[in-house]
Design a binder for this molecule. Structure first.
Ligand code: 1CP
Length: 354
């Protein structure tokens, strides 16, 4: 299977955009920039639109999901949209009882802890993804030459919520399971890989020009556990979309020691969190892949001079890599002044490419 002729990468709309050029290892005319969690709580227009509508409901209403995806692109002049959805949406569409509780995050009514729990997981029906396809189609029609990035949660991060039943700091449940009952863990991780893979494929086929796999909590794993118990299912999630040929990005936090192993899963671009300078990340990755990152989100709240100096440092370090897509080292904090983000985009676009 390949992309349809009317896909933005096929009909030329996004093919030579700064984002896609950089993801393919070329140096574009200006540094592309987007922000993880650019859609959402930092924007007053988002809070207004979401009034009285539950988070997951807003993700499943195509008109709303499209509008929320477009808001930060219009406001900040970023070089990409990131589809407004959530990593637990495929679970919800499969029929798992999951909700996003305000102030908490994803919560499952029935955490998945035994072989019987894993066996009882419902299969995700492809048709259930239709609202996602519809939202993406509306979004890319509006975005024109600006590429949309689709995404999915990596199996470890998704399964971490499924086992714990809610956000946790150390992810002890899934980390215990992968050792005490490796078969059940592997089956669960494969289920999550297939759900995330189908979710990502639906977005790409409907018009997303790139895909990002979020393994946000991979940093709680040792390299050995990552390699033995997690990397195979992450590769399986990406196997769902490799034939489509769009650039694939892999991101996690606390992953300084895992970067080469995360690259080996088979991606084109590595996301780097704020803990490791990009020149050092580039060295660890053998100087061969484009990097994405890694402005420290904490500095968005610092005086402008401090933030500007930090952004310039990130750009300089990023110049060591084959190509650089500027982003934060993790998501936009909810209390960020949106005008600061716009100013950061202007600054990045104004610095000449070397
Ligand atoms: O009511 C609200 O506004 C809820 C906040 C919120 C939002 C705006 C949640 C709950 N999810 C989202 C959207 C979202 N989630 C996007 C699209 C918007 C964008 O990036 O611009 C994306 C890509 C995600 C992906 C996501 N969800 C990740 C991976 C990225 C990351 O930040 O590490 C993770 C870990 C989640 C789980 C999740 N969903 C929501 C929360 C608060 C959390 C994290 C909870 C936790 O474990 O601490």
């Amino acid at each position: 299977m390949t992309l349809s002729a009317s896909h933005p990468l096929m009909d030329g709309r996004t093919t030579h955009s700064p984002l896609i050029s950089a993801y393919r290892g070329q140096k574009p005319s200006h540094r592309p920039v987007w922000f993880m969690r650019q859609a959402g709580r930092s924007l007053p227009e988002y809070r207004k639109l979401r009034e009285g509508i539950a988070m997951l409901d807003s993700c499943l209403r195509p008109d709303l999901a499209a509008e929320i995806t477009l808001q930060p692109v219009r406001r900040h002049n970023v070089d990409a949209g990131i589809f407004f959805s959530d990593i637990v949406i495929p679970l919800k569409l499969a029929g798992v009882d999951v909700d996003i509780v305000p102030g908490v995050g994803p919560v499952l009514a029935n955490p998945v802890r035994s072989a019987a729990d894993v066996r009882a997981l419902p299969k995700l029906d492809d048709q259930a993804l239709d609202p996602i396809r519809e939202a993406v189609a509306i979004t890319v029609a509006e975005l024109g030459a600006t590429p949309l990035i689709g995404f999915a949660g990596a199996p470890f991060t998704v399964a971490a919520y499924m086992v714990e039943g809610r956000p946790s700091r150390d992810h002890l449940g899934p980390r215990t399971m992968m050792h005490s009952d490796p078969e059940t863990w592997a089956t669960l991780a494969e289920w999550a890989a297939d759900a995330s893979g189908a979710f990502l494929r639906a977005q790409i086929e409907a018009g997303a020009s790139a895909g990002q796999l979020f393994d946000s909590w991979a940093g709680s794993l040792s390299l050995a556990d990552y390699t033995n118990h997690v990397a195979p299912s992450s590769a399986r999630a990406l196997d769902h979309v490799r034939d489509l040929g769009v650039p694939l990005v892999h991101f996690g936090t606390g992953t300084s020691e895992l970067l080469p192993a995360m690259l080996e899963v088979g991606v084109d671009v590595m996301g780097v969190d704020y803990r490791l300078p990009l020149d050092e990340a580039n060295r660890r990755l053998g100087g061969k892949v484009p990097l994405q990152g890694n402005i420290d989100p904490a500095l968005l709240n610092a005086p402008w001079e401090v933030l500007e100096a930090h952004v310039r440092e990130v750009l300089a370090a990023g110049d060591s890599a084959p190509a650089h897509v500027v982003n934060l080292g993790h998501g936009v904090p909810p209390d960020t002044d949106p005008e600061i983000l716009t100013r950061v985009v202007e600054l990045i676009h104004s610095v000449p490419v070397v």
